[in-house]
Design a binder for this molecule. Structure first.
Ligand code: HEC
Length: 143
């Protein structure tokens, strides 16, 4: 339970709204339904990536990804968050193909997983830099 609360705090802290005033952040916590569809999809993607990391590190089979992730291109973003939709769609396609690659037979899952995290970082460097630190924590270290 505590872990969930901490995870939620990190996600709120990491959201793109670096310019938000304190009041708006409080409003957001009181009314989570006020978030954009895309922000909700992103949280699902983030939670799923954390789950994949744990499974791959534990040598377990990987859980299929939630269907919501496929709505990345149609989910409504926070106004002004996506400057160029074509660029966004390009990055989204890259992410989805890297995600699919994790599930192919006979791949190095650790490597494919880290490629997927790269694709999160690539899009975020262009569109929304707030969560980058949290996203980089998803990498599986090479050792
Ligand atoms: C195609 C571009 C793109 C890709 C790929 C992408 N993101 Fe995002 N992400 C965004 C945009 C744009 C937002 C802002 C959404 C909004 O506020 O509507 C966002 C928001 C977020 C947020 C903040 C959500 C919130 O609560 O406001 C997190 C966390 C996040 N992304 C994590 C990830 C992770 C983890 C991955 C990879 C598994 C990923 N993103 C891949 C573009 C992307």
């Amino acid at each position: 339970m505590n872990r969930i609360v901490i995870a939620m705090c990190i996600v709120f802290w990491a959201s793109c709204g670096a310019k938000k005033t304190e009041n708006q952040v409080v409003d957001k916590k009181l009314n989570p339904n006020g978030d954009s569809e895309l922000a909700v999809v992103m949280r699902i993607m983030h939670e799923h990536a954390k789950q994949l990391k744990e499974e791959i590190l534990a040598g377990k089979s990987v859980t299929p990804y939630p269907e919501e992730i496929k709505t990345i291109n149609t989910a409504e973003p926070t106004p002004g968050m996506i400057g160029n939709k074509e660029v966004f769609v390009g990055f989204a396609g890259l992410y989805l193909s890297k995600l699919d690659s994790i599930y192919l037979a006979d791949v190095n899952q650790k490597l494919q997983y880290n490629h997927m995290v790269n694709s999160c970082v690539d899009c975020h460097q262009v569109h929304c830099q707030g969560p980058l630190a949290a996203i980089r924590k998803l990498y599986i270290p090479n050792n």
